[in-house]
Design a protein around this ligand. Sequence first.
Ligand SMILES: C[S@@+](CC[C@H](N)C(=O)[O-])C[C@H]1O[C@@H](n2cnc3c(N)ncnc32)[C@H](O)[C@@H]1O
Length: 228
Amino acid sequence: MSSPTENVIRKPNPERTLSESDRRSRDFYNRRARIYDLHLLIASLLQGVWEPAERRRFVTGLNLVPGQRVLEVAVGTGSNSMRIAKRIGPRGRLIGLDISSAMLQRSQRKFRRLGRKADLIEADASRLAVADNTFDVVLHFGGIKNFGDKRKALGEMIRVAKRGGKIIVSEKCVPPDKRRSLRNRVLLRRDPLLAQQPPVDLIPSTITDVKLSWFWSDTAYEISFTKP
Ligand SMILES: C[S@@+](CC[C@H](N)C(=O)[O-])C[C@H]1O[C@@H](n2cnc3c(N)ncnc32)[C@H](O)[C@@H]1O
């Protein structure tokens, strides 16, 4: 079997351009990468969520078609990547971007095991070294609540999507009307950032088809819209 072509672009943003919060995230995920997948699987189970089923549902909802170009911002260990790669097929192109080199290395290993090509970029979500109007789908699944500049990161996701392209932004969050349950109080105590509201107010007013829905047993939101 021929070995897959690997393309890992390491272009870390200069340290001085990173906000304190992005630096902290990068260092946190560099330390956490080795146990990230197992930790998330167990934490989700304790929440009553079967992670593989939620991810399958999420990727199915993207309605990807063969040949599409997809960018996953904050790709992490690539937990969605294989499902996406299967749907866009060999003619499609998937690029994963993340600020943490250790998370990208885990992602790279998954691609290698499955004999697929990995296009991975080590960079900050608010400075995408990618041309305008490039992707049919730009998705983000977890991370934005910690981003130093959410508005800029969203702006970048929109900039690199093609006109008519889809943008999907998901993040863990406890909805304001569901904060009283014991489970959600425990979640908020462990991570107060789960109180951050979905950043729909940061989406430019020229975008008129913004949809908001909830999944992951009502502890994650999904915002989707089209680039006009
Ligand atoms: C909760 S994990 C989600 C990973 C993956 N998307 C998933 O579905 O499991 C958050 C990810 O965001 C990345 N991240 C945090 N801040 C970032 C930034 N400013 N730019 C790019 N990636 C960032 C972290 O390195 C980490 O991989």
